[in-house]
Design a protein around this ligand. Structure first.
Ligand code: FAD
Length: 460
């Protein structure tokens, strides 16, 4: 058998998509876990289907929509999104900035007055040195302090001052003045959330969206990389085996990848500054149907561990047995906010929070709670990021990496990317953690497509 041309590390969606687009017969994929899927892996326990945190597809790319639809033979559900916010006992439709009517007084009026004093016209450009400045300029101090600032500390695990703004883009709704004024008076007819409609597989959880691409993939699971010799193009695994590659595509988290290579001290130091949140997921099997209709909830109370909560059976009714519901709670940590209590303590505390919020009728209704620890959740785009990523990528050029025009930017503009003149070399990085980007699943699919096109155009 001829050696595969392309060696891919990691069988998450980026690895799967890269192998699929390069054609499986040309690739070999190595994966540390016993299963494929990485962060989109879904598991079934006691009749409940659980994803690794809430996963829905809101892609605008028709190519990805079609691939996902084909994977599940068009057996997906499509519906509008209605998230909500919980704030000290009040339920505020999402996004809160355009639904001030639901904020309790006097905070409701204070938020509006502050907003109007800050925003003089809709043309105000928000140029800010950090995310805190951006928030203050967009919303005024009262709303910022009570809502996005509190949530930033819970979700991103750092104060907003520590974050840059180049990832904000379309992710945070920047409302016109009239939208806020009208939203102060009462509910708006149109939703202003950046996601309007979502798709989700009818059966088997989000991982099903990759099942079509995975068919025929040559993957070796339980194969954990331990060391990479970039000079000799040799990969060493924890089981003692080795593999020599021609072209290497790594989707492994970048700090781990650098740790496996004999990188100079300044590169190791740069890798150590890359920050990422860690996620504790608590999956509750609940003995009654959902008590609310919104698919997910953002929780602003600082004294609650619960940060985001979703009802899994509001994504697909097949995710939970009839008459029951699956409630998934996300709690975030990081090097900036280390795990402060035992998992058992957090389980009990979060159970109490769910009862207090009315999402679980009483503790008797909890049939089981499973927890899962996700060491790489969201890349934290803090101030050291830019310099660190440049140091790392510059060093990797010695070993065949080609710098790309957007490789130090958190997101990719795919229309520009597919027409840019970037090329790839014998060493390529792919994926949310491989490239250290704010990537959703559609970005991971498109990265695989892009790599294949770049490699194939090089060969011509
Ligand atoms: C909580 C949460 C919610 C999300 N929600 C959404 C959503 O609603 N919609 C959406 O589009 N996206 C969502 N995402 C983003 C999405 O999950 C990611 O963009 C995508 O799954 C990343 O895929 P990847 O292949 O780049 O990385 P991964 O899935 O992390 O794949 C990397 C693989 O490398 C393997 N690996 C690591 N170390 C080694 C080693 N030493 N040796 C061999 N293999 C190794 C890992 O086991 C893993 O399988 C969410 C992410 C999170 C964390």
């Amino acid at each position: 058998m001829p050696e595969p041309l392309y060696t891919i590390l990691g069988a998450g969606l980026s690895g799967i998509s890269t192998s699929y687009h390069l054609s499986h017969e040309n690739c070999i994929v190595f994966e540390a876990k016993p299963h494929t899927g990485g962060h989109i892996h879904s598991q079934k326990i006691n009749g409940f289907t659980w994803d690794e945190g809430p996963h829905v597809s809101f892609t605008k790319h028709q190519y990805v929509k079609d691939l996902f639809a084909e994977s599940v033979e068009n057996d997906f559900l499509e519906f509008p999104v209605h998230p909500t916010n919980y704030y000290k006992g009040a339920w505020i439709p999402h996004p809160a900035q355009s639904n001030l009517w639901a904020v309790p007084e006097p905070l409701r009026t204070e938020c509006l007055n502050d907003f109007l004093a800050t925003r003089k016209n809709d043309e105000d450009a928000v140029e800010a040195a950090d995310y805190e400045e951006w928030l203050l300029a967009a919303f005024g101090s009262t709303f910022t302090k009570n809502f996005p600032e509190t949530y930033t500390k819970k979700y991103w695990t750092v104060p907003s001052k520590e974050l840059t703004t180049d990832w904000v883009g379309g992710r945070i709704f920047y409302p016109d003045i009239d939208v806020v004024k009208n939203g102060y008076e009462g509910p708006q007819e149109e939703s202003t959330h950046y996601i309007s409609s979502i798709r989700y597989p009818a059966n088997g959880g989000y991982h099903q969206y990759a099942s079509g691409m995975e068919k025929g993939m040559k993957v070796e699971c339980n194969k954990e990389v331990a060391k990479i010799d970039l000079e000799r193009k040799e990969i060493h695994f924890t089981d003692g085996s080795t593999h020599v590659y021609q072209t290497l595509i790594s989707t492994l988290p970048l700090p781990k990848f650098i740790g496996y290579c004999k990188a100079p001290e300044e590169v190791q130091e740069a890798a150590a500054t890359l920050s990422c949140s860690e996620l504790l997921i608590l999956n509750f099997e609940v003995a009654h149907p959902p008590t609310r209709t919104e698919q997910w909830i953002y929780v602003y109370d600082e004294d609650f561990y619960s940060t985001r909560i979703n009802f899994t059976d509001l994504l697909s009714p097949n995710n939970a047995p009839t008459g029951k519901c699956g409630i998934q709670v996300e709690v975030y940590f990081s090097k900036y906010k280390p795990l402060d209590k035992s998992i058992e303590y957090i389980k009990v505390k979060v159970s109490g929070e769910l009862v207090k919020m009315g999402l679980i009728k009483d503790s008797e209704a909890i049939a089981a709670v499973h927890t899962q620890w996700i060491p790489f959740a969201n890349v934290i785009f803090d101030h050291p990021f830019q310099a660190s990523i440049n140091t790392i990528l510059d060093w990797l050029t010695i070993y065949g990496l080609k710098r790309e025009s957007d490789d130090s930017f958190p997101m990719t503009d795919w229309e520009k990317k597919f027409t840019a003149n970037d090329t790839v070399g014998d060493l390529v990085l792919a994926g949310r953690f491989g490239q250290w980007k704010y990537y959703w699943t559609d970005d991971c699919v498109l990265r695989g497509k892009y790599i294949s096109e770049a490699i194939n155009s090089k060969k011509q």
